[in-house]
Ligand binder design. Sequence first.
Ligand SMILES: C=C(O[C@@H]1C=C(C(=O)O)C=C[C@H]1O)C(=O)O
Length: 429
Amino acid sequence: MSAPAPAVTGLPVPALTVRTTAISDPGDLLDLLPTSDGVATWVRRGDGMVAWGEAARTDTAGSARMVDADAWFTQLRRAADVRDDVAVPGSGLVAFGAFAFDDGDPAGGSLVVPRILVGRRAGVSWVTTIDPEGAAPLTLDGPRDALTFPTDVTYAAGAATPAEWKAKVADAVARIRAGEAAKIVLARDVWATSATPLDTRALVTRFADAYPTTWAFAVDGLVGATPEMLVRRERRLVASRVLAGTIRRTGDDERDLAHAAALARSSKDLEEHEFAVESLARALAPFVESANVPEVPSVLHLPNVMHLATDVTAVLQRGPDGDRPSSLRLAASLHPTAAVGGTPTLDAVRLVREIEGMDRGRYAGPVGWIGSDGDGEWCIALRCGALDPDDPHRIRLFAGCGIVAASDPGAELDETEAKLEPVRQALLG
Ligand SMILES: C=C(O[C@@H]1C=C(C(=O)O)C=C[C@H]1O)C(=O)O
């Protein structure tokens, strides 16, 4: 049952009873999920969290969608009765959220507090139950629906055919050369339809198996395997992983190594990457005492692509009110980075809207979780699809690329195909 909850401070929120206890290792976390609907997952290298049920939720919209959700969660945690015997990041009260890329997108955002959560981190395992007043507690060993895998999946172009999308890239390049922006990230969508209903658990299991170094997530109907961390807050430490600049893997290790070296020297990719790092560092600066921004990117190897990567770390400082901003508040300030919007931000986002001609929904927006103390992890929702709430057979997939003056439309289309691979693989019958 979802409890009605306002997104505005000062209004009543449900009083939740939250209990976290240590458990012995539960095995594969994803095997615990009882059903496909209303589940949340956040799994990387086998550790993380799985959750189901809904103790409370807020749905927000507009430019304050993350700040409003954060204010709601602050009230909720103040009103909650929390007993946490484990005290690690992810124990105690947790909410999972996903937010639209664009301020004006009807997909808005949501923050959902589950009824039951199982987590594991570095050998410590726990279960958290979250009970609204009067609700009977849920248990771990309830009935489990049979798992269904996709079958006979067919694909159809979304807002643009491949040829139309290449024309959009050419338009973006022309606009960049005319000085309207330095970088514009253009995305495309593809619809996939399965003969059998899509099961969140099957998709996330495939993401976790094939892309163990990414975050295999399912939040409010958005599922994917993202490699990009917008912001993690753990006490005073903040970390962010910027990705921009991409090359497809060939499957041949020697050639891939040569390609990785070429990527690290490619002036087009280095320029694209630099825009993304600069925008992140600039947006983070007001919140931190000191930031460590490596001068040269490394190359992140994923099974489908390689990216230029920069790991930024920083120490949080207190704001004017004496508080440190929560992980979600930080995500709100950092989004959208140049990795998914472009440079300069406002011009690029306006051009994205104009040239792409589609709603991105929650693709390329922040997705993640926040805990009792405001710590949490927010990734950028990439390599993902949005399950169709009206048709369980359908999912809308997305992929995009940073376009700069030197971009070639055919190569960018090929890059989106490489980025669609994780979801296409998860949809294999
Ligand atoms: C926009 C996407 O990816 C982003 C764009 C990248 C690029 O242009 O090289 C690389 C990583 C991401 O920051 C996507 O995967 O859809």
